[in-house]
Design a protein around this ligand. Sequence first.
Ligand code: CYC
Length: 200
Amino acid sequence: MEYSTQKFLNLLCGEYSNQQQAIDNPPFFAHIFLRYKAIEHLKPGSILLEQSYAVNPTKPYRLRMLRAEETSTGIIKLWNHKFKHPEKFTTATTNLSQRQKINQNDLIPLEDCHYQLVEKTDGYHGDIEPGSCCMVRRDGKNTYLVSSFHLQGDRLSTLDRGYDPETHERLWGSIAGKFQFIRTNSWEAKWNQSDTSIGE
Ligand code: CYC
């Protein structure tokens, strides 16, 4: 893996909470935990992302596999995947034996939803790859995603919103701006295989 990708993943991996924001602004921001955990036995750069509500931390509401890869232009690309059976991996971020059961066949690539990250003087900025249109079906409607991500030190902020393809009206996502997380715990970004391995 490229040094810059490793450096980004070293910073990213860990647990995050937006507790302060949820306390300050309860009607607009649910209290959420994020966990980014290396999946040690998969290809280097493979990360498990878990999102859960603090009121129900053992039942994540979203589970994704992100795979980081550096492009020739120095941009870090994150390939996004969902799980065929997320209910099989609800404790996988913290439970090694459950995590070890994840294999390539459990994953579904989310086409046109790849992310890209650029390092600037004030940290890492990310969004959906330019030119791609990530369609998200929610509440029976198709929407296109507009998303942003910023990681600087122990602060991570995200904004995900879905819009109607015809009217461009916002159909879901935060009304009151970005979710603002603080990293509460850091985890190693380390994989079993060497970088040159072709294993998945
Ligand atoms: C959707 N959020 C998405 C999608 C992407 C991201 C790519 C569409 C594909 C998918 O379903 O995964 C965001 N992907 C990212 C980001 C990175 C990445 C930021 C960089 C690490 O690789 N999102 C949040 C809030 C939470 C939220 C904490 C608000 C409650 O960051 C919600 N994201 C959210 C929802 C969707 C979504 C509700 C629509 C898809 C769904 O229903 O799961």
